[in-house]
Design a protein around this ligand. Structure first.
Ligand code: ADP
Ligand code: MG
Length: 248
């Protein structure tokens, strides 16, 4: 059995004259938290947005468990076993908690053309209990909850179906320490189940602490992939900016 979960092969993407991602290749293994770091604008989100169906691919490919994937939207990505948690609010106002958790997957609850809301709420409440977010109710409007709780709901939405790979894009920046701990717990759970996380974060101490492997990007290009246990924060800074960094 191969250890490789995802192969990123010669991926490129431009926006007009901006070459956001330039011929990037690397592998993500099974059961690892793989950090993706680089300065602002280095192409991290553009790369992962192509994996999760948010952006189209210009050239190159993603191979997940030996099979090429090119989801056209996030629902298709979910069906391939790929999900994402973004920095911004990823839940939709005007819907209930349960409707948000199962957004795009409502068909699971439709029988003879009728949506079984009670069953959907039941399953959502079961998930909320399993994740120990029992203060959140599936039937409530999402707008009743604060930013932090809405991020917790997003964590459920992105992980309840045991995706093969979860992208966490700068999510921790927006979270309190408590929210971070919750996210770390889920990252550990994903890793323990043999699935993988692509973890994008600006916090290099957090990256070193929480990831197994780190890929560095600079100006849209791939720089290197290193083991977290082999490097220091200074090494990472140097790789990110391409020269010796002094002071802070
Ligand atoms: P990072 O996530 O590493 O901060 P991004 O992938 O967001 O970097 O951005 C890489 C480059 O692509 C930047 O120059 C950014 O301005 C540009 N870019 C990203 N998304 C878009 C977009 N939707 N339209 C135009 N330019 C974009
Ligand atoms: Mg980004």
């Amino acid at each position: 059995m191969s250890e490789i979960r995802l192969q990123v092969q010669h991926l490129s993407k431009s926006f007009g004259i901006t070459k956001a991602v330039r011929d990037v290749s690397f592998n993500v293994n099974k059961g690892e938290v793989h950090a993706l770091i680089g300065e602002n604008g280095s192409g991290k989100s553009t790369l992962t947005n192509m994996l999760t169906g948010i952006y189209t691919i210009d050239s190159g490919k993603f191979i997940l468990d030996g099979k090429e994937v090119h989801p056209k939207n996030q629902v298709e990505a979910n069906e391939e076993g790929i999900s994402i948690i973004v920095q911004e609010l990823g839940t939709l106002s005007g819907l209930t908690v349960a409707e948000n958790i199962f957004l795009g997957h409502e068909n699971r609850f439709v029988k003879y053309g009728i949506k079984n809301t009670r069953e959907m709420n039941r399953q959502a409440n079961e998930l909320l209990k399993k994740y120990e977010f029992s203060h959140i109710r599936a039937e409530e409007q999402i707008d009743e909850y604060n930013f932090e709780d809405r991020k917790l709901i997003e964590i459920i939405k992105a992980t309840y179906f045991s995706p093969k790979i979860v992208v966490i894009d700068e999510t921790t920046t927006a979270l309190s320490q408590e929210g971070r701990e919750e996210l770390y717990k889920q990252m550990d759970r994903i890793r323990a189940s043999g699935n993988s996380v692509i973890f994008i974060s600006h916090d290099l101490a957090e990256v070193l602490d929480k990831s197994d492997t780190i890929t560095i990007m600079r100006d849209g290009s791939y720089i290197d992939t290193v083991k977290s246990s082999d490097v220091t924060e200074d090494d990472l800074k140097r790789l990110m900016v391409g020269r010796e960094v002094t002071g802070d």
